[in-house]
Design a protein. Structure first.
Length: 268
């Protein structure tokens, strides 16, 4: 990959690294010679991913934690900074989706989804940011969704939590340009991951089914390569998907047309 040497020996922290896009990013960056800190709430999954890195496994450190519990994130971040001396890239990939109508979704479930997708993400970001500012160097990305740019049936809390990330990370960029802190928001459409399988229904139980559209989406490996190209190009937003991504432009330019189209799209 052109300019891929910018990642060699850099410390890259990836959340949501035990599956899907996060896992695929680990393999790509490992092949590019990066030093990796990988996190999720699945320790066994992280070890599997590390072992899959083969000869590069020695460059991978597993740091499991749960995004829904932010109480120890400050100390977790401080330890990695002590161990490595720096964090060059923070890629917030971890998150959870939803498959429930608004009137069926209890408020505690809205809060849970926000705790993981929004507060978990900004908590580790806020903990890493001062170290990056002190070095006048750093890159932080957050994973939104195509539904982070518009509402969509059965995704009320998920969509809202992802839309909140856009406001936070756009502000982070504007406040810290002079400190050479770069940011991107990753906007996946349909990618062939387990996110719909693990999406929460109105009872807070996993949906357990792969969405039809997702089943024919991009592979995680291709999504990871698109994301890395976007990082190299320092793109503020990195769209990742197929023809469904045209909805982003339709929503912005012809809102009336978007609502007609969205009303006809199968939401599961």
């Amino acid at each position: 990959m052109k300019n891929s040497n910018i990642f060699k020996d850099k410390v890259i922290w990836i959340t949501g690294a035990s599956s899907g896009i996060g896992e695929a990013l680990v393999y790509e960056f490992a092949g590019l010679g990066a030093r990796l800190v990988i996190s999720s709430n699945e320790p066994a999954g992280l070890e599997r991913v590390k072992n899959n890195c083969g000869k590069n496994a020695g460059m991978v450190k597993c740091v499991p934690f749960d995004l829904s519990d932010t109480s120890e994130i400050g100390e977790i971040v401080a330890k990695q900074v002590r161990d490595y001396g720096q964090i060059d890239f923070l890629l917030n990939i971890g998150g959870i989706s939803q498959r429930a109508r608004i009137e069926e979704t209890p408020l505690w479930l809205d809060r849970k989804i926000f705790e993981i997708n929004y507060f978990g993400t900004i908590s580790i970001t806020k903990a890493v940011l001062p170290f990056m500012i002190s070095r006048k160097s750093g890159y932080i990305a957050a994973t939104s969704s195509i539904t982070g740019r518009f509402g969509f049936p059965l995704r009320s809390a998920y969509s809202a939590s992802k839309q909140a990330l856009h406001g936070f990370f756009e502000t982070l960029y504007l406040e810290n340009k002079t400190s050479n802190i770069r940011t991107s928001v990753i906007i996946p459409g349909r990618v062939r991951t387990q996110i719909s399988m693990h999406a929460l229904d109105a009872r807070g139980i996993e949906h357990g089914k792969m969405d039809e559209g997702q089943a024919i989406g991009l592979t995680p490996a291709k999504a990871a390569r698109i994301i890395i190209r976007g990082i190299v190009k320092n793109k503020r937003e990195i769209p990742v998907g197929k023809k469904e991504m045209t909805l982003l432009y339709i929503r912005r330019i012809w809102p009336w047309l978007f609502f007609r189209i969205a009303d006809k799209i199968k939401s599961t």
